[in-house]
Design a protein around this ligand. Structure first.
Ligand code: NAD
Length: 455
């Protein structure tokens, strides 16, 4: 049984039954049986269904935002922003998929053998998803997967099951057949069971720890696997910046969605000549954040989604302080109902501390002093992760030189915590493998076929 609670109030919302082994097998069989029909429907039919889904999201935006806020505690303004971002992603996929699917003629007209490349769907896809951005991370997979003719078993996180059910309903109402997009409900055990089945592709978004298990489980079959995992994303503030604006931008990058974004700013390095001033400005920004009821439009920080996260964050604070860090603000759970944790800033931190090495995934940040660009680059790359990284400076050449040396899938100059549907989203090292978004994130759902034709 899944017991779902509102993380802002601790109120019980719903009990859902986990899918049984038999139900999972039946769902897989349904998706497998519907593959040949769905993959042969016209692209126009598939585009029309996704356009209808887009219209339904527009019509029901405020209801969908409330569902997410009640289930995972995301402030309502940020739930609405997530849905607006979903629309932009759908628009990108609607426009780009026909281009990606077009047959490529690669031989010239004088060739005796005509050569062309076509693309076919991978087959039956498992889409196992995280809870922090269910409308984003789910749709990065299921929209291009469906548009390219795959059938999908979609398992939302146990912390976003109501949201996942709402997404499924909307897709079915929009004309995606029930045996083409199939909801699987449950926790990690259900995910484990799912992966015993011979999928053609497994697309996972979640933690490094689970990603490792998934990679192992999938290696039993010849299955394509893609893993979008966590990060410990570093940013460097050079000595030439406009300090207040850099501090405001990075505070937003660290605390938006309560720090529960895969690309949240997790570590900040500041040139020692501006360290104290930057830290003061940064804390001023953090103190402006409105904390409270996530249904209130003015709220910027709501509760954490998972109650267990509070103990983990407290352990990072304790570890840092025991090793000499200074706690400038926050540091503990708030005395109120729900999973609230004070926005926390630690200075004088080092890489001996877990807060600078392990993904925090919460409202906490360490700010470390560095002596120059080289020192900053060396510390930024001192990580097992490689999702995003960036630099704040007024000098474009300096930025470019630093960004080239960072081992991360996405790099940023004077911005952070940003995802664009036109750019590939990928991690390196423990942040995963493969990518979603951009044309690469559509091609990943396809197999290529080489044609050699002699008249
Ligand atoms: P999680 O790993 O706990 O769970 C993710 C999903 O995996 C859930 O649906 C869960 O039920 C399922 N699962 C758990 N154990 C499983 C198993 N043994 N086999 C199969 N499925 C299993 O992660 P989470 O707490 O939902 O999400 C937070 C993590 O996701 C963070 O580390 C965050 O950085 C990462 N994330 C990464 C991206 C990205 O694009 N790189 C995006 C969002 C979140």
């Amino acid at each position: 049984m899944l017991e779902i609670y509102n993380p802002a109030t601790d109120k019980h919302l719903l009990t859902i039954e986990n899918d049984s082994k038999k139900e999972i097998a039946n769902k897989f069989a349904k998706a497998k049986a519907s593959l040949s029909h769905w993959s042969q429907t016209s692209l126009e039919t598939r585009l029309t269904a996704i356009k209808k889904f887009r219209s339904a999201v527009v019509e029901q935006k405020s209801t969908l935002a409330r569902i997410l806020t009640n289930e995972m505690g995301k402030p309502i303004s940020q739930s609405t922003q997530e849905l607006n971002g979903l629309l932009t992603r759908i628009d990108f996929f609607l426009e780009e998929t026909p281009k990606v699917l077009a047959v490529e003629l690669v031989s010239d007209s004088a060739a005796t053998v005509t050569e062309k490349i076509s693309k076919e769907p991978l087959g039956v896809i498992a889409n196992i998803s995280a809870w922090n951005y269910p409308y984003f991370v789910g749709s990065n997979v299921f929209i291009p997967a469906l548009l390219t003719g795959n059938t999908v078993l979609y398992k939302p996180s146990e912390f976003a099951s109501i949201t996942g059910t709402a997404i499924t309903q909307l897709l079915h109402d929009s004309g995606i057949p029930e045996d083409v997009f199939v909801l699987v409900v449950g926790d990690g055990k259900v995910g484990e069971e799912l992966l015993k089945l011979p999928f053609d592709g497994v697309f996972f978004t979640g933690s490094y720890a689970t990603g490792k298990k998934i990679n192992r489980a999938v290696s039993e079959h010849f299955t394509k696997v893609q893993l979008e995992l966590g990060g410990k994303d570093p940013f460097y503030v050079c000595d030439d910046v406009e300090i207040k604006s850099a501090a405001a931008s990075l505070a937003d990058g660290a605390f938006y969605n309560n720090g529960q974004s895969c690309c949240s700013v997790e570590r900040i390095y500041v040139h020692d000549s501006i360290y104290e001033t930057f830290c003061t400005s940064f804390v001023e920004e953090v103190k402006k954040f409105v904390i409270g009821d996530p249904l209130n439009e003015k709220t910027y920080i709501g509760p954490l989604t998972q109650p267990a996260q509070i103990k983990f964050l407290e352990s990072q604070v304790a570890d840092a302080m025991a090793k000499g860090a200074k706690l400038v603000c926050g540091g503990k759970a708030m005395a109120r109902a729900g999973n609230y944790f004070e926005p926390t800033v630690l200075t004088d931190v080092t890489h001996e501390m877990t807060v600078m090495k392990e993904e925090s995934f919460g409202p906490i940040i360490g700010i470390q002093k560095v002596k120059d660009d080289l020192h900053a680059i060396q510390l930024m790359n001192d990580t097992a992760y490689g999702l995003t990284a960036g630099v704040y400076t007024l000098q474009e050449e300096r930025a470019e030189s630093i960004l080239k040396q960072l081992n991360a899938g996405s790099v940023y100059w004077n911005v952070c915590d940003r995802v664009s549907p036109k750019l590939p989203w990928s991690g390196r090292g423990n942040s995963g493998m493969g990518c979603t978004l951009s044309h690469y994130g559509i091609e990943t759902f396809l197999k290529v076929k080489a044609w050699h034709l002699k008249a």
